[in-house]
Design a protein around this ligand. Structure first.
Ligand SMILES: [Zn+2]
Length: 380
């Protein structure tokens, strides 16, 4: 197995040599464990894939390193944003002053028989339009032990909430005080199926535990009397533990909105889409606080760069393949040789999925014409 591990490390280090970025290569040298390297690399692939950006074009222009505090505070430069042009009626429809628009974050509104200056509610008094272009920076966080900790994103806006929902077991659920807010999946054996809902715990005098909620489809057993109705319309009995799945207590969290840490949001990557959440998960927050520096990718720059789209490169290649062999360049033949060689290597190794993943990644990179055949020969 030692041999396999070495092989994998060898391959992943070669991958990084294929980049045009010294910063990326340095980071790879810095990351100590293979697991961290894989996680980091996988994210990088997903991010560039989402924009159809050829990975081998990633250059130092897109990256910067910053120590923890500076990295936390790095956000959209407001002076780059457009001035807000919202009208008085956008903010105060019932008290608007005609033909009046936001100026430095203020608009006029009617007040009694007169008119007053009031904050523009559209830009929040900043006088600048919101950063509608979305993600500005993606920040890869690392700690001093050489581990990749987490990925966050910044769009210039602070998060509006911290998700600190805490999963609980049945025993704890039975003891929650009446009034506790929960997020819970209610299960039913009949056609009602299951439903994810927020609700409120109600402990009845008779010792029963109920979730009071507002989903008509899940009207179930209810406590006696009418007192429980103050929490919602419907009730679902959860005494036994088989009437629900996954219960989380919703923790109300207060936080200092001036803390720059809250400029950093959790990132969700789903089917080639990078989505910035309007919150930071509890897990990310903890990992962020344990980080020491960040490699920051200017995602907006990556988005606007005029690159030859990866899919177009691929198309060109396919067209070439349709033509005569004579039309295929030496470079193409070299690429083909590399692929063939790699396939043989992987066949020989008959290895774990990780190595297959690495193999796929190699193929991706080679779309960018970087690797020389000699690299692989040197280890065979
Ligand atoms: Zn405004």
């Amino acid at each position: 197995m030692k041999h396999l591990k070495n092989r994998q490390e060898f391959l992943s280090s070669k991958l990084f040599e294929a980049f045009d970025s010294k910063k990326l290569s340095k980071i790879l040298g810095y990351i100590k464990d293979q697991d961290s390297k894989d996680k980091f690399f996988k994210l990088l692939v997903e991010i560039t894939d989402s924009l159809d950006f050829p990975m081998s074009n990633l250059s130092d222009d897109y990256f910067q390193y910053l120590p923890y505090k500076k990295a936390l505070s790095l956000t959209v430069d407001r002076s780059d944003l457009q001035d807000c042009t919202a009208s008085s009626s956008d903010s105060y429809p019932d008290h608007s002053v005609p033909d009046n628009f936001c100026q430095d974050g203020k608009v006029l509104r009617k007040w009694g028989t007169g008119v007053r200056k009031a904050p523009c509610l559209i830009c929040g008094g900043t006088g600048k339009e919101k950063n509608i272009s979305g993600i500005k920076y993606l920040k890869f966080w690392f700690n001093q032990n050489g581990e990749f900790t987490c990925l966050t994103g910044t769009d210039g806006e602070k998060i509006s909430k911290i998700n600190q929902d805490r999963k609980i077991d049945h025993r704890e659920l039975r003891r929650l005080p009446t009034g506790t807010k929960v997020r819970i999946e209610l299960l039913s054996n009949d056609s009602r199926g299951r439903i994810n809902t927020e609700g409120t715990i109600y402990q009845s005098e008779g010792g029963g535990t109920y979730v009071i909620h507002n989903n008509r489809s899940h009207e179930g057993g209810s406590p006696g009397g009418r007192d429980w109705k103050r929490f919602g319309e419907w009730s679902w009995c959860v005494n036994d533990g088989n009437e629900y799945r996954n219960c989380f207590v919703i923790e109300k969290v207060t936080y200092d909105t001036n803390d720059p840490i809250y400029l950093n949001k959790s990132v969700n990557i789903k089917s080639d889409q990078i989505v910035l959440l309007d919150m930071i998960s509890h897990e990310d927050l903890i990992k962020l606080k344990q980080s020491h520096f960040s490699l920051i990718l200017d995602f907006s720059k990556l988005k606007t760069f005029e690159f030859k789209k990866k899919s177009e490169i691929k198309k060109e290649r396919e067209l070439q393949k349709l033509g005569a062999t004579a039309l295929i360049s030496d470079e193409e033949i070299k690429q083909k040789n590399i692929k063939r060689y790699l396939n043989q290597v992987f066949d020989r190794l008959k290895v774990s999925t990780d190595i297959e993943d690495i193999s796929k990644l190699m193929m991706k990179i080679m779309g960018g014409n970087y690797l020389g055949f000699h690299i692989f020969n040197s280890d065979s």
